[in-house]
Design a protein around this ligand. Structure first.
Ligand code: IPM
Ligand code: MG
Length: 364
């Protein structure tokens, strides 16, 4: 029997609860489809700061590198708010992204039919788009710092402390993420929107040039360009017209929160971060560590469970198991089961984290 190695980083807040659910679902999916899974737990984020004084121990990165895929819960919480910036829990995420070379971040925003009344938008019948976010470049990883030497300006004033973060993208970085965008568009509805700020930024102009040069290789894909500010409007104005959006690290961070919110299913959205073929991908819910509800059983495990489904599809190639989980989630929703965050009517059957997990497992 084929056995896969999965590194599990439960992390902080509700992370351990929802990854626990995802692991149970993965185990059941393996039994049903006939493959084995070997899970190795490792620390990252706030819990690693508490144990080792750093957010991402080397051993965690090594375990991840030696695995077929990484399942992550969430990191961070108010407990570590005063930790110095270079050691904050979020650094663990950035370290994992760069350490594992996860340059391509897939953030699907899907409105579940059963949950459409939870969308803050009126009259939307469907949202099913995919944001492909560049994840290891741009302003997140560019030169940054502070120049504390004060400077005497020509008007006699003194320029004091300055801080800077730099947006830089190489042709190679842009090309590989745009190709991902085209590839996913080919697998979906063949519409690709390149989002940038080409009216202001030189990096954006290079993105557009490269997108234009790639177009002939994907003649079936309809490409359009949107400035990021306009895109943020159009996501609200005409969300159902989007298929695949490809964009930089920072713009993708912002737009994926917006896209997630308008689906009304923010507690339901999974994500995948992928690197070069054959290297382990990392899968995590889009929601955060929600420390306010940690330990109460209120957390919605579906985003983590759907992240596990993406893991099966994109890292293990276990497409049938992946489809089976997605169907079980849909069936569970169709049968009226809801965690309290997605309650929409009095007929809903309210369940806790564990209850929801068991309902999904029963339907596998
Ligand atoms: C995300 C988060 C992270 C990011 C933070 C926690 C570093 O907002 O994954 O979207 O900005 O990428
Ligand atoms: Mg974000």
């Amino acid at each position: 029997m084929k056995t896969y190695k999965i590194a599990v980083i439960a992390g902080d807040g509700i992370g351990p609860e929802v990854t626990g659910s995802a692991v149970s679902v993965l185990k059941r999916a393996g039994e049903v489809e006939g493959f084995g899974l070997e899970f190795t737990e490792c620390d990252a984020g706030g819990c690693a700061i508490d144990k080792y004084g750093i957010p991402l121990p080397e051993s965690t990165l090594l375990t991840c590198k030696a695995s077929d895929a990484v399942l992550l819960g969430a990191v961070g919480g108010p407990k570590w708010d005063s930790v110095e910036p270079s050691k904050r829990p979020e650094r663990a995420l950035l370290g994992l992204r760069s350490g594992l070379g996860l340059y391509s971040n897939l953030r699907p925003a899907l409105m579940f039919k059963e949950l459409s009344s939870a969308s803050p938008l009126k009259n939307v019948d469907s949202i099913d788009l995919l944001i492909v976010r560049e994840l290891t470049g741009g302003i997140y990883f560019g030169r940054h710092g502070r120049s504390d030497s004060s400077e005497l300006l020509s008007d006699g004033s003194v320029k004091g402390l300055t801080a800077f973060d730099t947006e830089e993208y190489s042709t190679a970085e842009i090309t590989r993420i745009l190709k991902e965008g085209f590839r996913y568009a080919m697998g979906r509805n063949k519409k690709l929107t390149v989002v940038d700020k080409a009216n202001v930024l030189e990096t954006s102009r290079l993105w557009r040039e490269i997108a234009e040069s790639l177009k002939p290789s994907y003649p079936e894909v309809q490409v359009d360009y949107l400035y990021v500010d306009n895109c943020s409007m159009q996501l609200i104005n005409r969300p159902s017209t989007f298929d695949v959006i490809v964009t930089s690290n920072m713009f993708g961070d912002i737009l994926s929160d917006e896209a997630g919110m308008i689906t009304g299913s923010i507690g339901m959205l999974p994500s995948a971060s992928l690197g070069a073929p054959g290297t382990p991908g990392m899968y995590e819910p889009v929601h955060g560590s929600a420390p306010d509800i940690a330990g109460t059983g209120k957390a919605n495990p579906l985003a983590a469970i759907l992240s596990a489904s993406m893991l099966l599809r994109w890292s293990l190639g276990e497409t049938e198991a992946s489809d089976r989980i997605e169907k079980a989630v849909r069936d569970t929703l169709a049968d009226g089961f809801r965690t309290s965050d997605i309650k929409s009517s009095d007929e809903d059957k309210i369940v806790d984290t564990d209850g929801m997990t068991q309902e999904v497992i029963r339907r596998l």
